[in-house]
Write a protein that binds this ligand. Structure first.
Ligand code: 6R9
Length: 656
């Protein structure tokens, strides 16, 4: 039997690109044609056009031992040279690479020449500390320029970085340091968040105590928080005493295109975090290509801002590697969106005249909750393109983003991808694609996507199924650090081990509409089964968010005696509506009816709980697993990857 996900919610709004935008757009139809005609040739062209190779490659893809791919593998390049030196040599040394803004309001503009200088110094320090090719370096920093410098310094000398979100616990940090057997940790005394200094170095000390010091020989500490810290004179070094005094002469060598670049840990739904491994040539090709084509980058005039933390893959690909490879000018902001006032982001957009903004639906929905008067008290007219990543963006949030932030006429691109895919895989191309709110739309040129039922057969019509990538792509993960078996099982053997059945399984549900546009339906593990109907979280959540009272919603399937599972919803109300609603029982009744009318009786939530917060990861993804525990009356499971680990207590008290 083929198992599919039912498709329910209709969305009919469409937005054509404006002729003015289309006329100046970087991407044109020709990209799709070229990729269709010769997929590998297309990627080889991108690799040659967008990057500098120390030694040109002659082979594009070696797929003789799937799922272990090699791209451009007889070529050599240096990632840091591609992101820095070559721009300086091309006369762009005075261009601002980073407009950095700290949360307390301190600012630094760093040019490409200055950034190159700093990375060379840091590379020399790493080498002096005995860090060599393939050695692992853990980076545990706030969003300060040194985070970018540290990553590029590793890349420059062929060391492998593993960035861990500042704010992850000592346990999480320790397990990541252990798994990668890191020799060095780069951290700061502390960083700013919500108006306060949060300690980082003390967490590193605690983590290293847990690992018995393990493989770590040194800790390099940036001074940022000026908070009191303990010092181990044999192990610890100050960044400002070492990097500032190091030589700025550093000749970078080329490394094989399959030389590892970084490990980034991503929490599997169960089990221990997976260290996703990325390499250099293919990765840099696809991040540079997508950064340019999807964001319509004109590096000479755009100011780009991706709000992601560098501890998330989005920060790797679209704060560090993509934008810098493309010589973009970008904003880097240390703090939270609402410190010291709720208009902080919009003030930053106004100050730097940001033209391209890339953020997550969670942020958009939290601004929706606070109301449009906050962004509207700033001048946002510099914006000409908006992007979204991390979760399905509900159509209502998409419309709000386009209208309230974008002034009503600029493109919004919803980009689907994963830590594992390394770069954007599905997105509209602005200037070409007719935009549909809520749909991630089409594979980027050179990427092959399909949607299959559980047994590997195609799904019927517009029904939902499992999203798969059918052909290898340049920025694909090369493995799970230290665990090739888990790599194969988790991603490549969903439909069996026969060569024609081996495809990359993303773990997401998706459907294709009649125009061929792709809609993401949420994680497959979160799909609910109500009386034999498989319902997606994304569609019911979008329906809830479409009601004028609701700013955010999460739904889960909870065990139910009659229907197998029942839909249980958690909603956050818009601040402007809180007075309009009389009692919480009313809200629940009205929203249950609303979903039943919009989608159908089968999707009507059994319960709707009004809450003030939802449990989210540091990158803003809702952790539905924890809400399911709550809805089924169980003790709440592992909360270590939550941005705020105390949030579940708050939510449980509101639900009772
Ligand atoms: C880049 C990133 C990957 C998971 C992915 C999916 C969800 C990301 C999305 C989206 C719908 C989008 N996701 N972008 N779902 N529409 N535009 O988020 O990487 O942190 O590894 O998460 O995020 O469920 O499988 P990562």
């Amino acid at each position: 039997m083929t198992v599919q996900i039912d498709h329910a919610l209709e969305e009919i709004r469409r937005f054509r690109p404006s002729p003015e935008f289309a006329a100046q757009a970087v991407a044109d139809e020709h990209l799709y044609e070229a990729a269709r005609a010769d997929r590998l040739g297309f990627w080889a062209d991108q690799a040659r056009e967008l990057l500098r190779w120390e030694k040109p490659f002659t082979r594009t893809l070696d797929w003789s031992n799937p799922p272990f791919a090699k791209w451009f593998d007889d070529g050599e390049l240096n990632v840091a040279v591609n992101c820095l030196d070559r721009h300086v040599e091309a006369g762009l040394g005075d261009r601002v690479a980073l407009h950095w803004e700290g949360e307390p309001g301190d600012r630094r503009d760093i040019t490409y020449a200055e950034l190159t200088d700093e990375v060379k110094r840091a590379a020399n320090v790493l080498t002096e500390l005995g860090i060599g090719e393939q050695d692992r370096v853990a980076i545990y920093l706030p969003m300060i320029p040194e985070a970018v410098v540290a990553m590029l310094a590793c890349a420059r000398i062929g060391a492998i970085h593993s960035v861990v979100f500042g704010g992850f616990s000592a346990d999480s940090l320790a397990s990541r340091i252990d798994d990668a057997e890191a020799s060095l940790v780069i951290t700061a005394d502390g960083g700013y968040r919500k108006g306060k200094v949060f300690p980082l170095k003390p967490v590193v000390d605690e983590a290293l105590a847990k690992t018995d010091g393990g493989t770590v020989r040194n800790v390099l500490v940036v001074r940022r928080g000026e908070n009191e810290i303990d010092w181990n004179a044999e192990r610890d070094l100050w960044w400002h005493e070492t990097v500032a005094n190091a030589s700025n002469e550093h000749v970078a060598k080329g490394f094989d295109a399959e030389h590892p670049l970084f490990i980034l840990y991503t929490s599997g739904t169960t089990g221990k975090p997976k260290g996703i491994l990325h390499t250099t040539g293919g990765y840099l090709t696809q991040v540079a290509f997508t950064h340019k084509a999807v964001f319509d980058l004109h590096p000479e005039r755009d100011v780009y801002w991706c709000t992601a933390d560098v501890g998330w893959i989005t920060g790797h690909s679209y704060v560090v590697y993509g934008p810098l490879a493309n010589a973009a000018t970008q904003v880097l902001y240390e703090g939270t969106p609402d410190t010291p006032h709720p208009g902080r982001w919009w003030e930053i957009v106004e100050r730097y005249k940001v033209s391209i903004l890339y953020t997550a639906p969670t942020a958009i929905r939290s601004f929706m909750k606070m109301g449009r008067q906050i962004p509207h008290s700033f001048n946002l007219r510099s914006l000409r393109l908006l992007g979204s990543v991390g979760e399905p963006i509900n159509p209502e949030a998409w419309i709000w983003y386009r209208h309230v932030i974008g002034g009503g006429s600029i493109p919004v691109v919803d980009t689907w991808w994963q830590t594992e895919t390394g770069a954007i895989m599905i997105s509209a191309l602005p200037g070409i694609t007719d935009l549909k709110p809520g749909s991630a739309q089409v594979p980027v040129p050179g990427v092959s996507i399909d949607i299959l039922a559980d047994d590997g057969d195609p799904v019927d019509g517009e029904n939902g199924g499992l999203l798969v990538v059918t052909e290898p792509w340049p920025s694909m993960l090369r493995g799970i650090w230290g665990d090739p078996e888990r790599f194969k099982e988790t991603y490549w053997e969903k439909f069996g081990t026969a060569p024609d059945k081996s495809m990359y399984f993303a773990g997401d549900g998706a459907r294709r509409d009649e125009d061929g546009d792709i809609w993401l339906l949420g994680r497959v593990d979160d799909v609910m089964n109500v009386s034999g109907h498989r319902l997606s979280t994304a569609e019911i959540e979008s329906s809830l968010v479409a009601h004028p009272w609701t700013a955010e919603a999460a739904v889960v399937g909870a065990a139910d005696e009659t229907t197998g599972q029942a839909v249980v919803a958690f909603v956050i109300l818009k601040q402007s509506q809180e007075e309009a609603v009389s009692t919480l029982e009313d809200v629940s009744e009205v929203l249950r009816k609303h979903v039943a009318t919009q989608i159908g009786a089968i999707a009507r939530p059994r319960q709707v709980f009004v809450v003030n917060e939802l449990p989210k990861t540091r990158s803003g993804k809702i952790m539905r697993r924890l809400l399911r525990d709550l809805a089924e009356g169980r003790e709440v499971g592992d909360t270590t990857t939550l941005a705020d680990t105390s949030i579940m207590q708050v939510i449980s008290s509101q639900v009772r």
